[in-house]
Design a binder for this molecule. Structure first.
Ligand code: HEM
Length: 184
């Protein structure tokens, strides 16, 4: 199956159709996405500021990481599932949207940045755990992580304003009369 056929198949799936055709579904899923994103960014911010020696410096890094990172993974799962649910409603348009592609690329970079940390300073954590900040590689990872995640958020927001995304927003055009009736 080529990529165009796969995208068309995703868009035509009953799940995608039901999200498109239920007036409150897309905003609900998008709200879930925003909750996931805020938790991902918030928890990563705690880790990165600790690595940079800018906050929570009196607590060992490993203690903070153990407590916080499990929430990062839960939040990332929420963001990924809700993101995928929105994606399938208009798969071809998202796939061809450069902001969306750049956002996905940055998500991959965020993963590679994390792997780099795991194979460098994280291995020697016991030698710097109680120090104010991480060694240079850890601080570089933290600064890159902040830049990457801020980039992901900007690009995520920009997806809706890409030149190709003119016309109705993803999903069916909003029927304001029906919406008014629902809100009565
Ligand atoms: C933690 C990682 C992620 C972050 C920080 C993020 C960030 C964002 C942001 C800021 C928005 C705009 C929300 C709004 O204005 O209401 C957004 C929308 C969106 N995201 Fe994500 N996202 C993430 C993961 C994903 C993933 C993994 C996918 C796809 C598999 C995805 C697909 C989408 C889609 C389809 C939209 C709707 C775009 C639109 O039509 O405006 N996101 N994301």
């Amino acid at each position: 199956m080529d990529i165009a056929a796969l995208l068309a198949w995703l868009e035509a799936s009953p799940l995608a159709a039901s999200i498109r055709n239920t007036i409150v579904a897309f905003p609900l899923v998008e709200s879930g996405h925003v909750i996931g994103i805020t938790l991902v960014f918030g928890t990563i911010l705690v880790i990165d500021l600790r690595l940079l020696g800018l906050a929570w410096t009196r607590r060992p890094f490993s203690l903070i990481a153990d407590e916080v990172l499990r929430w990062t993974w839960i939040a990332f799962a929420i963001a990924a599932v809700t993101g995928a649910l929105m994606f399938i409603t208009n798969a071809a348009a998202y796939y061809n949207n450069w902001y969306f592609r750049a956002k996905m690329l940055l998500l991959v970079l965020a993963g590679l940045n994390m792997v780099f940390f795991e194979i460098t300073d994280r291995r020697s954590v016991l030698t710097w755990d109680r120090q104010k900040s991480a060694p240079p590689a850890g601080r570089l990872v933290a600064a890159a992580s902040l830049a990457i995640w801020i980039g992901v958020i900007f690009l995520g927001r920009w997806v809706a304003y890409a030149p190709a995304a003119t016309g109705p927003p993803p999903g069916e055009e909003v029927d304001f009369e029906k919406l008014e009736e629902l809100l009565k």
